[in-house]
Design a protein around this ligand. Sequence first.
Ligand SMILES: NC(=O)c1ccc[n+]([C@@H]2O[C@H](COP(=O)([O-])OP(=O)(O)OC[C@H]3O[C@@H](n4cnc5c(N)ncnc54)[C@H](O)[C@@H]3O)[C@@H](O)[C@H]2O)c1
Length: 222
Amino acid sequence: MRGLAGKRVVVTGGSSGIGEATVRRFREEGAHVVSIALDGEIECDVADPEQVAAAFERIGEIDVLVANAGISIRSPFVDIREEDWRRVLDVNLGGVFRCAQQAARRMDEGVILMTASTNGLTGHEHYADYNASKAGVILLARTMARELAPRIRVNAVCPGYVLTPMQRAEYTDEMLAAVDATIPLGRHAEPEEIAALFAFLASDDARYITGAVLAIDGGETA
Ligand SMILES: NC(=O)c1ccc[n+]([C@@H]2O[C@H](COP(=O)([O-])OP(=O)(O)OC[C@H]3O[C@@H](n4cnc5c(N)ncnc54)[C@H](O)[C@@H]3O)[C@@H](O)[C@H]2O)c1
C-alpha cells in the first residue's frame, strides 16, 4: 500500500481478532503501531475518558487511528439489562467518540477509521444494544468526515461475520454453520481480510475516500 511506511498508527482493541490482524498488517506495511486495549501494549478501558486521555497523552502525535475496540452481549431485546445497555454503548460508541476526538486533536493531516458492523446497517436479532451502538458509529464517522475535511479523512468499515474470539464466544458450531449458509460467499471473513481494507483506506490510494460506509461482508447485505 502506498504511503503507510513510517506512519504513526494507533489501533484500539489491537490485542485480539480484527484489531490484532490490523496491527500485524500495518507493521508489515512499515508503519509504527501502538495497540490500545484492555490488555494491549497500552492498557486502557475506552469507556473511561480519563484513561483514554492519558493513553493518547502518552502516545503524542499520530497519523492514523483505527477505532476498533468493541464488545457484544447477546440477549433477547426484552431481557437487556440497563447495565449491559450502558456498557455496550459506552465501549462501542462512547469509546470510538473519545478515541477519535483525542486523535483528531493530535493530527495535522490524517485518517480516522472506525469498526462499525453490518449490525449497524440492518437489524440483527438479540443484539439491539450492539446494533444501536454500531449505527451510531456510522453517523459519527459521516459527521466527522464533513467537519474535519480536508485535513482528516474519516470512514466507517462494516464487517459482516468474522471468525474472531468475539464470534466464537457467542456462536456454537451449529450457529456458525447456519450463518455461513446465508452468506453469498458461503463463509465467515478472516480477520486479515478486514485488516486489508483498513490498510487500503489508510493509504494514499484511498485519498478521495471520506465519509464512506464500506460493508465487507461476503454479500450478506447485498
Ligand atoms: N467478529 C465479528 O463478527 C465482527 C463483525 C462486525 C464488527 N465487529 C467489530 O469488530 C471489532 C473487533 O471485534 P473482534 O471480533 O475482533 O473482537 P475480539 O473480542 O476478538 O477483540 C476485541 C478487542 O477489543 C478490546 N476491548 C474490548 N473492550 C474494551 C474496552 N472497554 N477498552 C479497550 N479495549 C477493549 C479487547 O481487549 C480486544 O482487543 C469490534 O468493534 C466488533 O464489534 C466484529
